[in-house]
Design a protein around this ligand. Sequence first.
Ligand code: TYC
Length: 102
Amino acid sequence: LPPHAAREDTLTSQKTEFAYPSMYRVVLLNDDYTPMDFVVFVLEQFFDKSPAEAQAIMLEVHNRGSGVCGVFTYEIAETKVGQVMDLAQKNQHPLQCTLEKA
Ligand code: TYC
């Protein structure tokens, strides 16, 4: 169904308007100082990645400059960016994490 689709309510025959939420990529950016193990930990802890997935995403960021941690609705994406940035700051790592509309 496209955005702004309407479904027929089975019992009442009323049309219920709804729209799918916009989705946002959470993106990690490379830098020269954040330890690889820290990035792997972040991906496991906040994005539910397996150790192998986390390692692969970390290496993609390291080798290509950026990588996608996951795709979420705005509020969840924003929360995850905040969690990553908080933990990086607490550990004095310059790791950057941002949102982009999918
Ligand atoms: N480039 C970092 C290093 O060599 C590792 C790193 C990977 C940093 C991913 C940030 O998002 C990042 N220690």
